[in-house]
Ligand binder design. Structure first.
Ligand code: FAD
Length: 328
């Protein structure tokens, strides 16, 4: 029976939050299409994750293990995912809207002759045509596009942090399907030479409840040291605008926005950020936005619930002082 297929990923012995978000999307699709949810998990020793996938809503799990699947490798993943899709015949494949999904999605769609939808933020089933309609932002968040793919199968990447993570139902069971992986090293056009893990301390930007972000108005890397201290006392993570990452003040992985990370914290603090649409596209899932900017006409104030027209450093240092006083 055709179904919905989710690509599952893991980190530090757990299913990633991205996977749990995709499973929420898949469960919603299941209700609309009356089709089962399958998950594909690729790697070397992925057995322990199978029950977790069942518990979070998968009815079937395709388990693909092979030494060449140790760690993500685009060629290998595209080949094996294609093998799984040929067997599962999914109507919708859901991938995360990150670097991996952006690489795999179009490759898989081409192989399956499926329609591709990039970074949807919502979807619904049109009752008249019985076709799925995906909503995605367009023109850097200035417009919303509604896409109705006409193909029989769809590969779609979900914009991360727009869906809530799937909840767990202890003891929920499903069907495990072992995939006989047909993969040889010569089939892979690229070779992974080295994996360099960026050193990170503190809270992960994508999962943080509080994000302290800086932009060009912070005037240099020293400014980010102050923001890092504020993030530390608030137990949050530091983000940045593209102006700050392009200037080399902070690593590119800190960039928030259309071409950076999407964040959905309870509190987003924007220091010296003008609020370009490409930046705002990545923070629209935040519950509260507080902006500090010396220019009262800065567009960031249009999306902020609280705006402070002030020098960023005066506000940040005063916040650090008050937080330290409160926590003793
Ligand atoms: P600016 O726009 O220069 O704003 C700096 C702000 O700091 C100003 O508002 C100023 O009033 C304020 N300021 C100055 N001094 C102080 C002070 N002492 N105290 C307080 N405030 C002060 N940008 C992103 O951020 N993320 C993206 O993912 C992204 N993707 C893009 C994709 C494309 C295709 C394109 C074309 C652009 C993208 N951009 C992205 C860039 C975006 O258009 C803006 O150029 C960028 O966000 C501006 O960064 P900024 O707000 O830090 O700098």
């Amino acid at each position: 029976m055709p179904g919905i297929l989710v690509l599952a990923t893991t980190k530090d012995g757990r299913l990633t939050r991205d996977t749990l978000e995709l499973l929420t999307g898949a469960r919603r699709l299941k209700e609309k299409l009356a089709q089962p949810v399958a998950a594909a998990i690729l790697g070397t020793e992925v057995g322990p994750y199978v029950p977790l996938l069942f518990a979070h809503g998968a009815d079937q799990v395709y388990r693909a293990e092979h030494p060449l699947l140790k760690g993500y490798q685009g060629d290998a993943y595209a080949l094996v995912l294609h093998q799984i899709c040929e067997r599962a015949q999914p109507t919708v494949v859901l991938l995360p809207g990150d670097v991996m999904g952006r690489e795999l999605g179009p490759r898989l769609a081409y192989r399956l002759q499926a329609a591709f939808v990039g970074e949807f933020i919502d979807f619904d089933l049109d009752q008249a045509s019985r076709r799925l309609r995906f909503t995605r932002s367009a023109y850097g968040g200035k417009a919303v596009a509604v896409v109705e793919p006409r193909a029989n199968s769809i590969v779609a990447t979900a914009k991360l942090r727009t869906l809530e993570p799937a909840t767990q139902e202890e003891g929920r069971m499903g069907e495990e399907i072992r995939v006989d992986v047909a993969l040889e090293a010569p089939q892979l056009k690229t070779r992974l030479i080295e994996r360099v893990q960026e050193e990170t301390t503190g809270v992960n930007l994508g999962d943080a409840k509080i994000v302290v972000s800086g932009g060009r108005g912070v005037h240099g890397p020293e400014g980010f040291k102050v923001l890092e201290e504020l993030a530390q006392v608030l137990r949050g993570a530091v983000g940045a605008s593209r102006a700050a990452t392009d200037a080399g003040w902070v690593p590119p992985s800190w960039q928030v926005g259309q071409t950076g990370r999407n964040v959905s914290p309870d509190l987003y603090l924007a220091f010296g950020i003008s609020g370009a649409t490409q930046h705002v596209a990545g923070i629209s899932g935040s519950k509260h936005i507080v902006a500090v900017n010396t220019d009262p006409t800065a567009p960031i104030f249009k999306v902020a619930q609280l705006g402070i027209v002030e020098d960023w450093k005066a506000v940040a240092t005063s916040l650090i002082r008050h937080c330290k006083e409160l926590t003793g």
